[in-house]
Design a protein around this ligand. Sequence first.
Ligand code: DAH
Length: 360
Amino acid sequence: MPDTAQLELELLRDIAAARDEASLEAVRVAALGKNGSITALLKTLGTLQPEERKAQGPSINGLKDRVNAALAARRDEFKSATLEARLNTEGVDVTLPVRETAAEIGRVHPITQVIDELTTIFADMGFAVAEGPDIETDDYNFTKLNFPQDHPAREMQDTFFFNPKPDGSRLLLRTHTSPVQVRTMLSQKPPIRVICPGRTYRCDSDQTHTPMFHQVEGVVIDKGSHLGHLKWILAEFCKAFFEVDHVNMRFRPSFFPFTEPSLEVDIQCRRDKGEIRFGEGDDWLEILGCGMVHPNVLKNCGLDPDAYQGFAWGMGIDRIAMLKYGMADLRAFFEADVRWLSHYGFRPLDLPTLAGGLSS
Ligand code: DAH
């Protein structure tokens, strides 16, 4: 009769004495492997008489189950000790700053941001965006806009001309976005409601002028458009753009060949320790030129001035960007200095919306 109790004692002692998974496995093999002590006992069951088997069976199987349970329990102890050791050595410092991905480090240039902002505002009022080429004809940049030939106004704009072609005509870099008005009137039927943001060029460079800069033009042509509409549109734009509840505007008479009457618009502001606040104060700041589209321009673009009338405005995008975001030197816009851009730029996924905020 085998002494299962003695065997059990020894096995349990060996299990408790095992120092690691390898020595525990050796104990298991010695007991339950092919030539193990318990396996040997189990094998004897087949040779016993039924009566004896009835007595031995439960005792040997009980031994096997208890040894298996003890092995499993010891294995669990090893596992939790390993996990404990890992947890102690592999700490994560959640207070460390998150390393940003390239897409998150990139910044949207303030000019792009401001174009997105103003497009959002005017799109909400029902304006479409129209575009034209940077290289223009003299005809679209000046003549169709009612600049008389040899009129000093052509020189006033410090135009970059290309060399004359054999036929004497000269291409130029557009000096304003107004030729897009002409292109739009020539290609679309009224009612017209477009804005034309884009690059413009003049031979000029100082703290507030660069040879390339940006303008946004607006044009509305319909049967009953009048200056009241223009005033409302500009006031709504300024409030939305500068993110204030109220702006005071001043319309001063001016001159542009392509509008009659022509006006310049100032907005009221307060200059305070290098900061500008809108909607308060007793200073005025010029932000745009505008007027009723001159009947000659309508005629030049194939529209009947007795049937249609409209208004237009032109605004410097760089200037309103500088005003809104407090940037003092226009030249920095074009220097591509990443330190400047990471300070003044915008996060690429923060798209301006009227509901969510333009400049969040
Ligand atoms: N084109 C003008 C400029 O560059 C700005 C301007 C003034 C545009 C009045 C307009 C306008 O459409 O109506 O100085």
